[in-house]
Design a protein around this ligand. Structure first.
Ligand code: OGA
Ligand code: MN
Length: 285
């Protein structure tokens, strides 16, 4: 059976049908998915009844996986799966005011996963296990659309700029705590502001919640330019909102889109999604 691709938004995003991750996918079918990923930035695959091992195995076809460090609201041992959840080990809802939920609420700030690491990630995959009856969407914003629609002067101005990304910035925004491990191991890093995809040659603005300062600009001007770019990048016309169904697997290109989670009735309904993150292949500067 061959792969069918349907674009989801005028600028990016595609639904891919005709694949089943529980059965080994042919090299040909995988290449179709991989090519669609480079082109569309967000890939939605419905009805995947997979467990963590199957998600890991499929994710590894894209490359080596990042290890999820231990942190609040997640598991204790470093491993390849990171769980977005408001359900505790006993199946009870974690109260919204619990530290673990405050920690996870940073996911509701526009961001690119791992942009705070020296080598930022290639992509993330999220698999929906338990969903609330409404809300809890994940939104994606095309940083290629953002780049393409900048004025030529602005494109030139931004071309070789370097941005400092700092994990502590998003935690501060939600009033969350960093673990000792995070304090020690996640110092601020430098990232290119404009990134070019070597397969498609498309450029993207690389920003998001961890983006803190612009090198060579004073703090205030840098922050204000970052805020202006973020507003431009996340305007409605550049956003695809994914309304989850149980079994959905969504793959997104962290080089080309920002994402954020949306809230739901967290005190009364569970939401559980499992994530894998594929490591990038090198620094951006
Ligand atoms: C993530 C993330 C948002 C969401 O998994 O990296 O930011 O909607 N998730 O759960
Ligand atoms: Mn994320």
């Amino acid at each position: 059976m061959s792969v069918k691709i349907t674009q989801l938004h005028p600028r990016f995003g595609a639904r891919v049908e005709g694949i089943n991750i529980t059965r080994h996918m042919s090299e040909n079918d995988f290449n179709d998915v991989r090519t669609a990923f480079e082109k569309y930035s967000v890939i939605v695959i419905h009805d995947q009844d997979i467990d963590d091992d199957q998600q890991i195995e499929f994710s590894q076809r894209f490359g080596d996986l990042e290890m999820m460090a231990p942190h609040l609201g997640n598991d204790e041992k470093p491993r390849h799966i990171s769980v977005m959840h408001n359900e505790d080990r006993n199946g009870k809802i974690i109260p919204p005011e619990d530290e673990r939920m405050i920690y996870q609420s940073a996911n509701m700030i526009w961001h690119s996963d791992s942009s705070f690491k020296p080598i930022p990630s290639l992509c993330s995959m999220l698999h929906a296990r338990i969903l609330p009856p409404k809300g809890g969407e994940t939104e994606f914003a095309s940083m290629r659309a953002a780049y393409d629609t900048l004025e030529p002067d602005m494109k030139n101005y931004l071309e070789n700029k370097v941005v400092i990304h700092d994990f502590a910035t998003t935690r501060k925004m939600v009033g969350g705590q960093l673990s000792d491990w995070q304090k020690k191991n996640l110092p601020p890093v430098r990232q290119a502001l404009i990134r070019k995809n070597s397969v498609t040659n498309r450029k993207a603005v690389f920003i998001g919640g961890h983006a803190t300062l612009i090198e060579g600009m004073d703090e205030e001007n840098g922050k204000s330019l970052l805020a202006q770019l973020l507003k431009h990048a996340t305007q409605k016309a550049f956003v695809y909102s994914h309304q989850w169904k149980v079994g959905d697997l969504v793959i997104w290109d962290n080089r080309a889109v920002l994402h954020r989670g949306r809230t739901w009735d967290v005190a009364n309904h569970k939401r559980v999604l499992h994530r894998t993150t594929v490591a990038g292949d090198g620094p951006t500067v």
